[in-house]
Design a protein around this ligand. Sequence first.
Ligand SMILES: NC(=O)c1ccc[n+]([C@@H]2O[C@H](COP(=O)([O-])OP(=O)(O)OC[C@H]3O[C@@H](n4cnc5c(N)ncnc54)[C@H](OP(=O)(O)O)[C@@H]3O)[C@@H](O)[C@H]2O)c1
Length: 245
Amino acid sequence: MKIVVIGATSGIAEHCCRLWAAEDRADFVLMARDAAKLERIAADLTVRGARSVALAPPEFFDPAAIEAFAKATVAAGPVDIVLIAHGWLSDQQACQDDLAICRDSLEVNAVSPVLFAEAFAAPFAKANRGTIAIIGSVAGDRGRKANYTYGACKGLLGRYAEGMQHRFAGSGVKVVLVKPGPTDTAMTAAQKAQGRRLAPVGQVARETVNAIRRGKATVYSPQIWWPIMLIVRHIPRFVFNRLSI
Ligand SMILES: NC(=O)c1ccc[n+]([C@@H]2O[C@H](COP(=O)([O-])OP(=O)(O)OC[C@H]3O[C@@H](n4cnc5c(N)ncnc54)[C@H](OP(=O)(O)O)[C@@H]3O)[C@@H](O)[C@H]2O)c1
């Protein structure tokens, strides 16, 4: 099984890779901007059972480079899964105060993941196989004043995945959208320090890997977020706007 991971230094992605290494003896192609961290992860995955680990140069924003990477990676041997995991919990106030930060958030959290999804969709369509797994967020389900720039990016990923699921319905290509709730990774270190309850990253990784194995269209992780977000999405606006959530 060959697995490509974009944003492979992500805590959630790393724990998914540990499962794939131990259970599937997977071949990995990993991309992340932090080379030293990535090398540590590659060595660890090898010890845990990975058959091979290749490191790809970080190219997160250039469409031509992303397209060339996807084509070359599939041409080198069939790819079973691409996990698109990179993301940045941008500060909402900073996005409002500085449009350059707002743009950066849109590029990291929305534009770049979409480019990777499209780049792999083309060779996957040609081969009629492969799973595109995208990490969205419960934050994408409804805009909130606390994080609507990040949330809108995740909402865009959700709608994009939905369109791709329609495109590939009935084919051998699967598109899986994972929507974690607050999870214990580097991204939420500040929330953890404030005492916020976070899901264990191992649980979210397990549920992500299971959803990808089943080719599930959308998965909330932990699953309790499915009913919670069902309620949150349906709160009437005149009530919602009075809540500080
Ligand atoms: N943790 C949560 O509560 C939570 C909840 C819902 C959704 N998510 C989503 O889950 C995914 C994985 O996040 P995580 O929780 O595993 O967090 P994490 O451990 O902080 O990982 C974030 C990943 O994104 C990469 N990244 C950040 N900014 C980047 C940039 N400008 N260019 C390239 N890569 C960049 C990071 O690279 P570096 O290692 O170089 O920083 C890292 O690989 C993200 O899409 C996140 O939005 C997380």
